[in-house]
Design a protein around this ligand. Structure first.
Ligand SMILES: [Zn+2]
Length: 279
């Protein structure tokens, strides 16, 4: 069995062939968690989870939805946009509508939420300062919600690992969490794991040797694997639309780096995901 612990079959990139993509997973023994990025995609993740035995959902608000960001046609289809004339998405806040979704069945985590200032590059310094504040505030709200609903956190943190750990500390967050799409260094990986949290590796580890040392040192009991589909397909599918079935390439790369049988990587990461998300 294999767990793609972070994917997005709930996004518009799969609107045309979602059923076929999911159908391919069953014979391969692949289970998936479809991660919510805003209200609409969180709702969609829940619907998919209710319809498919091997799918679960998370509910959360991604940092890119806190600002008037450019629309991503892979994420939300044009027909679902309230204002299709605008090239920008309307910013959202994590409010009671999200909290209501946390009570739905098959919701296994809060997120993806966190810190990512890479979306703020085109703003003025005043706007930047304001949006950094908003990111932090919305992140703290979701950490608090995870505590209240006894759900783990699915974290989207770009570069700002120390800041995120600081916020989790200040919020006295002692439950489970995963740092998805981990691309930090070995010291940051150690700090995260020392806190009892998990790190998740994506297709990016197949692109170069940059992450090899981190992968090699990361304890098998603390790692997950993911595709983050439809984005960042692993080699040899780089550049194509990513799919959960390609999660095997991430497992293969870890097996190669750790010099362990592929089965051991698949089994350990599968069990880790089940333990983390209480599945
Ligand atoms: Zn994601």
């Amino acid at each position: 069995m294999i767990f793609d612990s972070h994917t997005h079959l709930n996004l518009a990139a799969f609107d045309k062939d979602r059923r076929e993509v999911i159908k391919k997973l069953k014979p391969e023994g692949i289970w998936v968690i479809n991660v919510g990025t805003c209200l609409e995609t969180s709702q969609k993740a829940i619907t998919i989870a209710k319809d498919n035995k091997n799918c679960w959902a998370t509910v959360g608000l991604h940092p890119s939805h806190l600002i008037p960001a450019k629309k991503d046609e892979n994420e939300i289809s044009e027909k679902n946009l309230a204002d299709s004339n605008s090239v920008f998405l309307k910013p959202e806040i994590f409010d009671e509508r999200f909290e209501a979704l946390l009570e739905e069945s098959k919701v296994v985590a809060v997120g993806e939420c966190g810190l990512d200032y890479s979306y703020l590059n085109n703003f003025s310094s005043e706007e930047r300062e304001e949006y950094e504040r908003v990111e932090e505030e919305e992140f703290r709200k979701q950490v608090q919600a995870a505590k209240r609903y006894h759900l783990p956190l699915c974290l989207h943190i770009r570069d700002l690992y120390e800041d995120a750990l600081g916020i989790l500390d200040e919020e006295s967050y002692e439950d489970k969490a995963v740092f998805h799409f981990f691309t930090g260094n070995k010291i940051q990986a150690e700090q995260i794991i020392k806190k009892g949290f998990y790190i998740s590796f994506s297709g990016v580890i197949t692109y170069s040797q940059k992450m090899d040392e981190v992968v090699e040192k990361a304890p098998l009991g603390k790692i997950l694997i993911e595709t983050d589909a439809p984005y960042v397909a692993p080699e040899p599918y780089r550049g194509k639309r990513n799919e959960p079935i390609y999660v095997k390439e991430v497992a293969k790369k870890i097996a190669e780096i750790k010099k362990l049988p592929l089965k051991d990587i698949e089994e350990a990461t599968f069990q880790n995901a089940r333990r983390l998300f209480n599945i």
